[in-house]
Design a protein around this ligand. Structure first.
Ligand code: ZN
Length: 119
């Protein structure tokens, strides 16, 4: 009986550790999700800043023509489409957060469509 009690205690202990571990994993999951989202947003901002920089450099070299405005719109759409295809929301509602696998987002698609029609 003494051995049996010992096993039960061991089981209780293991169960407690497992629950604590599960809790820790859940917390880490949340931290990682937040970091990934933050990283996505930073990459997207970085991309925007790069486009702006290129635009300013182009503007400094020559007058902007209407044709160039169009190419800016389409390159902006391409970079957004790239992020979307990577599985990242580009819509205002969920900007920068990850889409769950193969999830289609109507907000994102609307933005991409609107940019396509615009260019
Ligand atoms: Zn979206």
């Amino acid at each position: 009986m003494r051995d049996k009690k010992n096993y039960l205690e061991m089981f209780d202990e293991a169960e407690t550790h497992l629950l604590q571990l599960s809790d820790t994993v859940a917390q880490l999951r949340e931290v990682i999700d937040n970091l990934v989202e933050e990283n996505n947003k930073l990459r997207m901002s970085n991309n925007d800043l790069k486009s702006l920089l290129i635009k300013f450099q182009t503007d400094a070299q020559e007058e902007v023509t209407e044709g160039e405005e169009d190419s800016q719109t389409s390159s902006g759409r391409e970079s957004l489409l790239g992020f979307y295809n990577e599985g990242i929301h580009v819509c205002h509602e969920f900007f920068g957060s990850r889409r769950s696998s193969n999830e289609q987002c109507l907000f994102c698609q609307e933005i991409l469509e609107r940019l396509e029609n615009h260019s």
